[in-house]
Design a protein around this ligand. Structure first.
Ligand SMILES: C[S@@+](CC[C@H](N)C(=O)[O-])C[C@H]1O[C@@H](n2cnc3c(N)ncnc32)[C@H](O)[C@@H]1O
Length: 197
């Protein structure tokens, strides 16, 4: 497999892997990974490049088909894709790492506790969860109709009270979407990397 970080960007026009996934990599034990809401597969392909066996799940059949065809083209057999609805999903497993970057904001609020519960029980002892998702805060309110769920301050970290939190912040980030003045919309994002005790 080509191990160049921008190989899939150059050849398939995918975005670079999420910076939080790249930054977390040195902490992770190579093994099995689950990418929830994998989209076009930028993070799954990166994890596979790094030696992980990856389950890559998304509800978009189109995205999954594109990722499948990249895997066929590149003779990658370490990524297994699946079309799923994360709003209504039970799963189990023993993963070394489960990631979900910029996905939770498209889910229903009532699905979140169940989904995080499944992520936690499907992570090996010593394994990691990495979640990045949009927030709604007093200083940066989120009024976007296309986000169906946003975290409140310290809400995401509170799910991980019994884990070792390696990284948690609620820093601001810019969306590609612009406001009525043409400025990119700024929101806070909850970013969590936690290790199961
Ligand atoms: C902004 S993209 C992020 C993709 C990828 N995680 C990344 O960082 O490139 C959000 C993804 O969430 C997926 N998604 C949204 N709702 C979903 C659901 N109910 N079940 C599964 N995937 C969903 C979308 O299809 C899309 O691929």
């Amino acid at each position: 497999m080509n191990l160049d970080k921008d190989y899939f960007l150059n050849k398939y026009n995918l975005m670079l892997p999420h910076t939080e996934v790249v930054e977390a990599m040195p902490s992770l034990t190579k093994g099995t990974a689950l990418d929830l809401g994998c989209g076009g597969g930028r993070n799954s392909l990166y994890l596979a490049q790094q030696g992980f066996t990856v389950d890559a799940w998304d509800h978009s059949e189109n995205s999954i088909q594109k990722l499948d065809s990249i895997c066929v083209n590149e003779s990658i057999d370490s990524i297994t894709t699946r079309v799923v609805d994360l709003n209504n999903l039970d799963f189990s497993g023993q993963y070394d790492v489960i990631i979900s970057t910029v996905v939770f904001m498209f889910l229903t609020p009532k699905s979140i506790p169940h989904l995080i519960g499944n992520m936690q029980k499907s992570t090996k002892k010593g394994g990691y969860n990495l979640i990045v998702s949009a927030m709604d805060t007093e200083d940066y309110p989120c009024n976007l109709d296309f986000f169906t769920f946003t975290f409140k301050p310290r809400e995401l970290s509170s799910y991980y009270d019994s884990w070792t939190i390696k990284k948690y912040n609620e820093d601001t980030g810019l969306l590609h979407k612009t406001d009525e003045h043409g400025n990119r919309i700024k929101l806070r994002f909850a970013t969590l990397l936690a290790q199961k005790n």
